[in-house]
Ligand binder design. Structure first.
Ligand SMILES: Nc1ncnc2c1ncn2[C@@H]1O[C@H](COP(=O)(O)OP(=O)(O)OP(=O)(O)O)[C@@H](O)[C@H]1O
Ligand SMILES: [Mg+2]
Length: 443
């Protein structure tokens, strides 16, 4: 990384450059704003340490010119001790950080490292975006929030490696989409991408589902069948909802992963396995290990790399973009007015992106006009007041309870008997609570 040190005092320049060169940075030095700008045009400078007070031009001007030339350049301004107003101003002008004189070298190094990390992420993300464009993925995805950019940066590094990746995240956060992205960005992209939903296979059929079976292996096995491991040969296999694997199957899966071979049910010969394993779950596997419901050795096999996909409520800034994305996907001319949009951004989306998508489908289908306003939104959103950090515990708990009632009622089309049953309470208690918590009677 190229670092440009700009300071009119030679001692200061020598001190800083000596220190940074020792840390492995390539250092350039300038004694004036003019020289600094000249060097800046010649070299691919990533970071500038800029003295605020210089004879020919002050730091503000140099900063502004550099940012004009290259908006991505990072600048740490070095200001006089205690000059708070200067510090505030340089940050407003686009400096990324400031340090006071005399410069604390440990602090400086920490700041530089943080900037480097950010640069790396920006760079990785740019590469991911390029890759996405080039490969024309089956699905485009929105990932503009800092939290998702970090995920993409990890995806890029994890994709080419042969290791297993464990993708963790709440329901509907996009785990399967991320798994597909990893596959597309790996050298196996021309091979198959196979998903096995571990929660959907009856226990008795699991082994055959994973490893296949020979003709006549068991009653009903009329033909030889290939399991998902064989189907995914030279490609990737996503073990979805891997936390739902029954214990006996956990053992069999572990053996297959260790031996790198599989054996069809009723078969004699073991077949070599050439599959990249990806696993996804919305459960806390580590906790399941502690509780004894998931094998620790299998957990370590699967969890070579972990990707944690943040829930939508932690990346609310993506909501407007996601809405546009889905409206375009459905070719809908609808737009959301500010109030409706505001309420959607406020909502906590327990079902994450999938829930948002369903809500949009429902809203644009039912709405009579293309301008969607608050009253067109489903009740669980319209009525959502937010479980904010404010208020006492009782009030906040009541709000949580209120949300749960509305969600349950809505899921059961506002049939109170069914909603009460799903919540494990009597209809009378439900009605009492609805009254107390001011839940409307119906949609
Ligand atoms: N970042 C995103 N941008 C656009 N669409 C997304 C994004 N993330 C998820 N989706 C869409 O949301 C839906 C749910 O995603 P996906 O099936 O990958 O979630 P999941 O985490 O596997 O959910 P589950 O835990 O329920 O299996 C899909 O239709 C997917 O295309
Ligand atoms: Mg899924």
């Amino acid at each position: 990384m190229y670092v440009l040190i700009v300071d009119d005092e030679a001692i200061q320049r020598t001190l800083l450059s000596g220190f940074l060169e020792k840390q492995g940075y390539t250092v350039l030095q300038a004694e004036s704003g003019g020289t600094a700008l000249a060097l800046f045009m010649q070299y691919p400078v990533d970071l500038v340490l800029l003295d605020h007070r210089m004879p020919d031009m002050n730091g503000d001007q140099v900063l502004a010119r550099m940012k004009e030339q290259n908006p991505l350049v990072r600048v740490i301004m070095i200001t006089a001790y205690g000059a708070v107003d200067t510090a505030v101003r340089v940050m407003q002008l686009g400096a990324d950080d400031f340090l006071e004189k005399p410069v604390d070298l440990t602090l400086l190094l920490a700041r530089i490292r943080a900037i480097e990390e950010q640069l790396q992420i920006t760079f990785d993300v740019a590469r991911v975006q390029e890759a996405i464009d080039q490969e024309s993925l089956p699905v485009r995805m929105i990932a503009s929030s800092p939290a998702m950019q970090q995920v993409l940066s990890l995806v890029l590094r994890a994709a080419p490696a042969p290791w297993t990746v464990l993708i963790q995240g709440e329901t509907g956060t996009g785990k399967e989409l991320i798994a597909r992205l990893i596959h597309q960005l790996s050298s196996r992209k021309d091979g198959p991408f196979i998903t096995l939903n571990c929660a959907a296979v009856p226990e008795g059929l699991f082994e055959s589902e994973l490893f296949g079976h020979e003709k006549g292996a068991f009653t009903g096995a009329a033909n030889r069948r290939r399991g998902v491991f064989e189907q995914a040969h030279q490609g990737s296999l996503l073990l979805d909802e891997v936390g739902e694997l029954p214990p006996a199957m956990q053992a069999k899966l572990l053996r297959a992963l260790q031996d790198k071979t599989i054996c069809r049910v009723g078969g004699e010969q073991s077949l070599p396995m050439d599959v990249r394993i990806l696993a996804a779950t919305n459960r806390d596997l580590k906790q399941m290990v502690t509780a004894g419901s998931f094998r620790e050795d299998l957990y370590f096999r699967l969890n070579v790399l972990t990707l944690a996909i943040p829930p939508l409520r932690r990346r609310k800034e993506e909501i407007p973009e996601l809405i546009r994305f889905f409206l375009a996907k459905y070719g809908s001319p609808a737009t959301f007015d500010d109030q409706a949009l505001g309420q959607l951004v406020k909502y906590h989306f327990p079902g994450n992106i999938r829930e948002l998508e369903h809500i949009l489908q429902r809203t644009i289908t039912l709405s009579r006009t293309p301008m969607i306003s608050l009253r067109d939104l489903p009740p669980e959103i319209r009525e959502y007041r937010g479980i904010s950090g404010e208020g006492d515990l009782t009030g906040r708990l009541a709000e949580v309870e209120r949300q749960l009632l509305i969600e349950a009622l809505d899921r059961h089309h506002w049939v109170q008997t069914r909603a009460a049953e799903s919540l494990g309470i009597s209809e009378r208690v439900l009605r009492y609570k609805m009254e107390k918590l001011q839940v409307p009677k119906k949609n």
